[in-house]
Design a binder for this molecule. Structure first.
Ligand code: 13P
Length: 248
């Protein structure tokens, strides 16, 4: 499978900045690498138009769990699909931290995204405190299994689990690839306990996120059972992002 690079632009760019960055990104040669761009909600339609008929896929940073209704301010996965999204990030640690997103909410969003035909990118990861107190594996197992328990994944559906250690996000200092490998094994074992092995192998990808840049990306994508990376800061500059894609 070709390596997967997902750019999470977070709330870091305005509408004009998003359009300009998308226009610059569209010119980057990707080779066999699959690249997904996740702009903020207001920029999705603009970026979707820029990236139309390009090799770049579109993703959203969140979705609601209902297809429509009286849910002020929420955006349904169906609407995201209509805009041109193929992917959606769910359960990012910033949403868990600042917006009170729970494992139960993540679970409902995963189910809704799948039924709308989107590929959910489920973020899991331990806090520094959980790591220091020896609860890292427990946190990963809990978040992964609560997000996915009872989800009937079919052969034509895909999902992605992104391991993002909360304490390295945005620090410029990624974890050691060996540590990521250990975490990915824990996640993979949890997935094997939930789904048939063929689905885990063929329909589910595990990726790493947290201070990935052009200098360290190759160390992560070459890990066993690691299909790619989720990138924040290093995806906000077309030059830096091009260098990152080249390194893969
Ligand atoms: P950084 O690459 O800026 O650490 O962000 C990672 C992230 O949170 C991607 O979702």
């Amino acid at each position: 499978m070709s390596p997967l690079i997902i750019a999470n632009w977070k709330m870091k760019l305005g509408l004009d900045e998003s359009r300009l960055l998308a226009q610059a990104v569209k010119k980057i040669p990707t080779g066999s690498t699959e690249v997904v761009i996740c702009p903020s909600f207001p920029s999705l339609t603009t970026v979707s138009a820029v990236l139309a008929r390009s090799r770049f896929a579109l993703g959203a940073q969140d979705c609601f769990w209902e297809p429509h209704g009286a849910y002020t301010g929420a955006v349904s996965p169906e609407t995201l699909h209509e805009i041109g999204c193929r992917y959606v990030i769910v359960g990012h640690s910033e949403r868990r931290q600042y917006l009170g997103e729970t494992d139960e909410m993540v679970h409902r969003k995963v189910a809704a995204a799948l039924s709308a035909g989107l590929v959910p990118i489920i973020c899991v990861g331990e806090t520094f405190e959980q790591r220091q107190t020896g609860h890292q594996d427990y946190a990963l197992i809990q978040q992964t299994s609560r997000a996915l328990e009872g989800i009937a994944l079919t052969e034509d559906q895909q999902l992605i689990v992104a391991y993002e250690p909360v304490w390295v996000i945005g620090t410029g200092q990624a974890i050691n690839p060996d540590q990521a490998q250990t975490a990915h094994q824990v996640i993979r074992q949890t997935l094997i306990d939930l789904f048939p092995l063929t689905l885990v192998t063929e329909n589910i990808r595990i990726i790493y996120g947290g201070s990935v840049d052009s200098g360290n990306v190759a160390d992560f994508v070459r890990l066993e059972h690691t299909a790619g990376v989720l990138v924040g800061n290093a995806s906000l500059d077309a030059g830096a992002f091009a260098a990152l894609i080249r390194s893969v």
